[in-house]
Write a new protein. Structure first.
Length: 312
């Protein structure tokens, strides 16, 4: 790059800056990228219970002067083509820098999402070949007679409460493969025990009991498409807590990032959801559940209202 080219470029862009300093709009916008845009032991449920054009005039004339000056700068730039090697090197460097920025942005996005996820304690329920067999039999009986596995595509989250005061007891109860004979209505509908995907303790601790995309018996008509979240407590002896409201809301947000969730329901609302295409129950099988109650659902929904999840 010779001295003549440098002088031409300095003169040309100096004219641009001078015009801009005189108050003339150049139409140049500098954009920034915002990184990151882009028995009490049992569960109560069953289950589980262009810039505007300027008019002619002084501004327009000044604008024309700027355009001429800019054109001069571009002509000076064109002279660099005769020395393409250096320019290509610079351009390649810019491309690499752009790629690095894109990669960094992606990493930041992932980090932000990860930071927003709630801490989850892995506490998987006992899983055996027999339980898998019983669960598949239940799925075939109630939702899909041709089902070959237990994988679901979650679109709904259903909130429950356990009607007891102990997370440990509920977790232990879910370990049972089969529903007990004393729960006659449930036993008639299938042998596999009820369960849920997550259990939220009274202090807000979240336990994951099984994969969120595995079929689990927790809600009539919705098991093929719903993630179940149990909350330790009820509306009387063990009222659900503020910590559980906050934990449920954070968990719902996480699951909505991971799956195409469209609905957030309380277990007590599901029987009024029967006319929705999501509801599938091949057996004449219904129940009437109170959990987790309208007040709890309203509080959780208020915290995730921006997600636009539907209810009833």
């Amino acid at each position: 790059m010779g001295a003549a080219w440098r002088a031409a470029r300095v003169a040309a862009w100096g004219a641009v800056r001078a015009a801009a300093g005189a108050g003339v709009r150049t139409g140049v916008l500098v954009c920034g990228v915002a990184i990151g845009c882009a028995p009490h032991a049992r569960s109560h449920d069953d289950e589980a219970h262009a810039t505007p054009r300027q008019p002619a005039g002084p501004d327009a004339m000044a604008g024309a002067a700027i355009a001429d000056a800019a054109a001069g700068a571009m002509i000076a730039d064109a002279a660099v083509a005769s020395d393409a090697t250096g320019v290509d090197t610079v351009a390649a460097g810019a491309t690499i820098a752009d790629a690095a920025v894109a990669s960094s942005a992606t990493g930041v996005d992932a980090a932000v999402a990860s930071a927003a996820d709630p801490p989850i304690v892995q506490a998987p329920i006992r899983w055996t070949a027999e339980r898998a067999r019983l669960t598949l039999a239940y799925r075939r009986q109630h939702s899909d007679p041709t089902a070959a596995d237990l994988t679901i595509a979650p679109h709904v989250i259903v909130l429950h409460y356990t009607a007891g005061g102990s997370a440990k007891a509920t977790r232990g109860y879910f370990d049972n493969e089969r529903i007990e004979a004393s729960r006659k209505d449930l036993a008639r509908a299938g042998a596999v025990n009820v369960s849920a995907h997550f259990l939220v303790d009274r202090d807000g601790t979240i336990y994951q009991l099984q994969p969120a995309d595995r079929f689990a018996r927790h809600c009539i008509g919705m098991n093929h498409i719903a993630i179940g979240i149990e909350n330790v407590g009820d509306e009387a002896r063990f009222p659900l807590t503020d910590a559980q409201v906050a934990a449920d809301a954070t968990l719902v947000r996480m699951l909505a990032r991971q799956f195409p969730i469209t609905h957030l329901l309380g277990h007590f609302e599901v029987m009024r959801f029967r006319n929705h295409p999501y509801f599938v129950e091949r057996d004449a099988y219904q129940n009437d559940k109170p959990d987790p109650g309208p007040r709890f659902m309203a509080r959780v929904r208020a915290r995730v209202a921006d997600l636009g999840l539907a209810g009833l």
